[in-house]
Design a protein around this ligand. Structure first.
Ligand code: SF4
Length: 351
């Protein structure tokens, strides 16, 4: 199946053929590296075993192709690419380290999303030299996918371009953006500087709801336009959404998926709608709005343990009981108690 902008989606036996191709390529390349002395020969079986586990872990993700490259997972560099091989090279290390990072390059943003945690960051933006030095150090440590966000990275466009140019092709770079004000020339410049893909925030499938969420009229159109601009240029694109739970239960997520199809997005990522103390809607840490004193689970950051338990206590229960959405905490303004879901698996999106 091929989208309007050239994204190709593989399912069924075609996806498994791609996996076989990747597995064979990984095995042959690893053997060649062992023969050339780039990898100790005794490490080759371990590498093969770990690579197999790695690829097996990806098998439930979708496979999306564009421009001869295949994404097997949003946060794993596309195959084939230097960044992909850089990722697999970590399998031979005693301490592989992280594959991907979300890098906040500025706190500047003109939006007012209720789930934003960036507004709680009162520090100044790093100077450019320190920012680049930190990013390069991460790359040297083995990070092979950077998701650059803000605030709004486009709000500091020169800084964004400079950061992209400072990274080499051992890493795949994405931006996490609202798309506000993006021009065709800027899209070209970003891709010329090495940008691989764009995740654009779209929290609702219609303009009224999305604009109400961001507090900025026209933000829905800005996001759709940015997605079209990048997709037309052959970049991978994704919708990043943090939808209202009531909208999810009302079919909003399905309509967002339809919109993603219409805009030829490679992925639609749903961030957690959970209430987390670092998000702007929860109030200062320790406040009543943030759930009281921070004595709860450090893993899911719930500050009070709800009657259904938090992530740690629910882990040992049957799957059916994990979906309990009861909470001792009140839902934030505008959310309904019946749809309020406190359990957190990922952080709310910034941008
Ligand atoms: S979530 Fe992102 S777009 Fe929304 S206000 Fe925060 S930084 Fe801006």
């Amino acid at each position: 199946m091929t989208g309007q902008g050239g994204h190709r989606f593989l399912i069924g036996w075609r996806k498994w053929l791609l996996y076989l191709r990747v597995a064979a390529h990984v095995a042959i390349r690893g053997a060649a590296n062992a023969l050339r002395g780039r990898m100790p020969a005794r490490k080759y079986p371990v590498f093969l075993y770990r690579a197999l586990l790695f690829l097996l872990a990806l098998r439930h993700s979708k496979a999306v192709g564009c421009g001869g490259r295949w994404k097997l997972h949003l946060y794993i560099p596309a195959y084939p690419s230097r960044a992909f091989w850089h990722t697999l090279g970590k399998l031979c290390r005693p301490e592989p380290g992280p594959v991907s990072v979300v890098l906040s390059m500025t706190r500047a943003c003109s939006y007012r999303c209720p789930h934003c945690y960036q507004r709680r960051d009162e520090g100044r933006d790093l100077d450019m030299e320190t920012l680049i030095s930190a990013a390069r150090s991460m790359q040297d440590l083995g990070v092979s996918l950077f998701d650059i966000e803000g605030g709004e990275p486009l709000a500091r466009f020169d800084r964004l371009v400079g950061l992209l140019r400072s990274l080499d092709d051992r890493a795949e770079t994405w931006i996490n953006t609202t798309g506000v004000g993006l021009t065709e020339a800027q899209a070209d410049e970003l891709l010329g500087a090495g940008l691989f893909g764009a995740m654009v925030s779209l929290h609702a499938p219609d303009a009224a709801a999305h604009d109400a969420f961001t507090g900025v009229p026209g933000s829905f159109e800005a996001a759709c336009r940015a997605l079209r601009l990048f997709a037309r240029r052959g970049a991978f694109t994704a919708i990043n959404c943090c939808p209202d739970p009531a909208a999810v239960e009302g079919g909003g997520l399905e309509r967002l998926l339809d919109l993603g199809r219409e805009l030829d997005c490679a992925f639609v990522c749903r961030s957690s709608t959970a209430r987390r103390p670092e998000a702007g809607w929860a109030g200062p840490p320790g406040s009543a709005a943030a759930g009281g004193a921070s004595t709860g689970c450090a893993r899911c950051t719930l500050t009070t343990t709800p009657p259904g338990g938090c992530c740690s206590t629910r882990r040992s229960r049957p799957r059916s009981s994990r979906s309990a959405r009861t909470s001792s905490a009140a839902p934030p303004e505008g959310w309904t108690a019946s749809t309020w879901a406190p359990a957190a698996r990922s952080s709310p999106a910034s941008s």
